[in-house]
Design a protein around this ligand. Structure first.
Ligand code: DGY
Length: 317
């Protein structure tokens, strides 16, 4: 029986499987444990089930001598220092696939909401500003037949492209023959689906924004760090792009005085890409399966780092 720390209560029954096999402590707060609280809990744990709001850095890993497995309740693992975990021979699990369609749906919801100015229209209807049917009120953009640029063509990017087919959109993607500048220049909508790594940090910076059309809309359901938010705020203020719809920011949430919150034509949602009951329950199942396997010394069903054979053998013994 191993000691496990689960950093938040998760939807669905999956965690009970972990509790049947191991000694499990669950953090009951709505807010994540502070870094000090997390490192105190991790110091005595063999297994950690973490969320994207928990920073699992080299210092935490190094000060957790008993730690043998980390399972992240997210497909993204940018909150975990993968190199530090790998050096210690600790497997890191993630939860791909099960949230692909939920996130692609939200991407399209944001794209449509921004194109058709839904927040303004909803506000007008609920605030008594629906006076009559007006030919020139709340005019938005056609989505049908528009050009969608997808940056990051993994599972979620491809699922977004599949939805775009139904709207008979022209889809551009980065990679192979498509330089990012051409995509930015041609797209009516630019949607981000790349993982956050040192190479993609601020991928959408002032230069990238300057390549976008004045009528273009940026959608980000991936990670806030992909976008230079100061440059985005500036682009929205100047009207050099037409709008942005963000489900993710850096940090999350933004401080109340962050100027981006007051930028025009911005739609913001609180990181709800995977927030369907089914997706969040399946994520919990995968996270528990990963942790159980990792604690057994077995490869995790979804493991984000490759461990050397020596490390695998040490964990198994
Ligand atoms: C992830 O899994 O990385 C999402 O951002 C949250 O579900």
């Amino acid at each position: 029986m191993a000691r496990c720390f689960v950093t938040r209560r998760l939807p669905g029954p999956a965690v009970s499987l972990l509790q049947e096999a191991h000694e499990v402590e669950i953090w009951e707060g709505r807010l994540p444990p502070t870094p000090a609280e997390l490192s105190e809990k991790a110091a005595g744990a063999e297994g950690l089930l973490t969320l994207l709001t928990d920073r699992i850095d080299a210092a935490l890993i190094d000060s957790s001598p008993r730690l043998r497995a980390i399972s992240n309740y997210a497909v993204g693992v940018d909150n975990v220092d993968i190199e530090a975990a790998t050096r210690r021979g600790i497997p890191v699990g993630n939860t791909p696939d099960v949230l692909t369609h939920a996130t692609a749906d939200l991407t399209f919801a944001l794209l449509l909401a921004a194109a058709r100015k839904l927040p303004d229209a909803i506000e007008a209807a609920s605030e008594g500003d629906w006076v009559t049917w007006e030919p020139a009120m709340h005019l938005g953009r056609e989505v049908h037949g528009a050009t969608l640029g997808i940056i990051g063509f993994g599972r979620i990017g491809r699922a977004v492209a599949a939805r775009a087919e139904g709207f008979e959109m022209r889809v551009l993607r980065t990679g192979r023959d498509q330089p990012i500048d051409t995509l930015l220049y041609e797209a009516d909508f630019v949607s981000l689906h790349a993982p956050l790594t040192p190479a993609t940090h601020h991928l959408i910076d002032a230069h990238a924004l300057s390549k976008m059309r004045p009528n273009a809309i940026l959608i980000n359901t991936a990670r806030g760090g992909l976008v230079d938010q100061v440059a985005l705020e500036h682009a929205l203020e100047q009207g050099s792009i037409a709008g942005a719809a963000l489900d993710v920011t850096d940090p999350e949430p933004l401080p109340p005085d962050d100027p981006l919150l007051r930028a025009p034509n911005l739609i913001l949602t609180p990181h709800i890409g995977s927030a369907t009951q089914a997706a969040r329950e399946r994520m919990a199942e995968l996270a528990v399966e990963n942790l159980l396997a990792g604690l057994e010394g077995l490869p995790m069903p979804h493991q984000a780092n490759a461990l050397s054979r020596g490390a695998e053998l040490r964990r198994a013994n």
